[in-house]
Design a protein around this ligand. Structure first.
Ligand SMILES: NC(=O)c1ccc[n+]([C@@H]2O[C@H](COP(=O)([O-])OP(=O)(O)OC[C@H]3O[C@@H](n4cnc5c(N)ncnc54)[C@H](OP(=O)(O)O)[C@@H]3O)[C@@H](O)[C@H]2O)c1
Length: 330
């Protein structure tokens, strides 16, 4: 699929975008387009990557003209452009509505008009039983992708994932910096659990979806999770600090104690692959096999998946290049 194809990555200057671009450039891809707003991030990326198969489109997904121009002649789209910080969404929900919902609507319309073959829209565990504006905006993005409204020939897919270790603004680099500066960390709640995956795994997930997805399918990677307590403990092991001072600041508005990647209903009817769950969008109701016992309590959540110990998380973190670079500086 990748050979001689043209890709568009909205939000291509972000953590996911950079990882995907580097992956695609190792193949015989024909062209990779990046659509994003900030010219400085594009300039930095141009200097670092230095490959003329990458083209930069300055624009905002909120603007249909920017999106239409970027999509023209493209084979495959990855939609990563988003506002993603929960606290910001609670303060500015309309900004999240415009980027995450209206921006996705613009892109779906442009994809349909341009005859794009396949697209993958990146969603988050916060879109499941959403309690914050960010999750709600992503949940509506998912509904747009799965709706019959955009009924062109393009195949539009969704991937959902939880915390990406070492992505921009994520918690582990923040903890490392805080421990280094003051020997202490501020945490919301020690029992809170979060799914853990690497940037490379997020790229593998979207490529698996691209290769295997039928219209409207949703893909989730099987992932382990860790408590906040074990995240701090793992950093203690890696930074060789016996006891890190912990200040509990309480759960912030819009935050959950545990996250969910698949609802019971989705988990009940999904196709299970070795590393992924695939939830078809087709309505496959079958009352004869609807087993309430099986349905109850089978949601796929960060407190019911495999739990990482401090030691196993430390081993996992040590294998993440960005984290080991940060640790070497300490
Ligand atoms: N990181 C995680 O832990 C995580 C977890 C689950 C899901 N996801 C999803 O994965 C995707 C990528 O995340 P990431 O970690 O790579 O985020 P990121 O590093 O913050 O990158 C976001 C990208 O989107 C661009 N962008 C933001 N608003 C835009 C707009 N209105 N128009 C065009 N471009 C815009 C940004 O560039 P400019 O600012 O220059 O426009 C940047 O390139 C997001 O959809 C996110 O919701 C991430």
């Amino acid at each position: 699929m990748i050979s001689n194809s043209t890709f568009l990555i909205t939000g291509g200057t972000g953590s996911f975008g950079n990882t995907l671009v580097n992956h695609l450039l190792k193949t015989d891809v024909s062209e990779i387009r990046i659509l994003s707003r900030d010219e400085s991030k594009q300039h930095e990326m141009r200097l670092t990557i230095n490959d003329d198969r990458v083209r930069y489109f300055l624009g905002d997904v909120r603007n249909i003209d920017s999106v239409t121009r970027a999509v023209e002649g493209v084979d495959f789209v990855f939609h990563a452009a988003a506002l993603k910080h929960v606290p910001a969404g609670e303060l500015f929900p309309w900004e999240f509505t415009q980027t995450n919902i209206l921006g996705s609507h613009n892109l779906l319309s442009a994809i349909e008009n341009a005859g794009v073959k396949k697209s993958v829209f990146l969603s988050t565990d916060k879109a499941v039983y959403p309690v914050n504006a960010m999750g709600m905006s992503k949940a509506l993005m998912e509904k747009l992708v799965r709706s019959q409204y955009y009924s062109g020939s393009s195949v539009n897919l969704i991937t959902r994932y939880g915390n990406v270790i070492g992505s921009r603004g994520s918690v582990i680099p923040q903890f490392i910096s805080s421990i280094r500066k003051s020997g202490k960390v501020q945490v919301t709640n020690l029992e809170m659990t979060r799914f853990m995956m690497s940037l490379e795994e997020s790229v593998s997930l979207v490529l698996f979806a691209l290769e295997n997805g039928n219209p409207g399918d949703l893909f989730v990677q099987k992932a382990p999770a860790a408590t906040v307590q074990n995240i701090v403990g793992a950093l203690g092991i890696l930074m060789e600090i016996e006891s890190i001072e912990i200040e509990i600041i309480g759960v912030r508005p819009g935050e959950k104690i545990h996250e969910t990647l698949l609802t019971s209903e989705e988990k009940f009817r999904c196709i299970e692959h070795q590393d992924y769950f695939q939830v078809p969008s087709i309505d496959s109701r079958d009352t004869s096999t609807y087993n309430m016992q099986l349905l109850n309590g089978v949601e796929y959540s960060s407190n019911t998946t495999e739990q990482l110990t401090q030691e196993s998380l430390a081993e996992l973190l040590a294998r993440i290049p960005l984290i080991s670079e940060l640790l070497m500086q300490s």
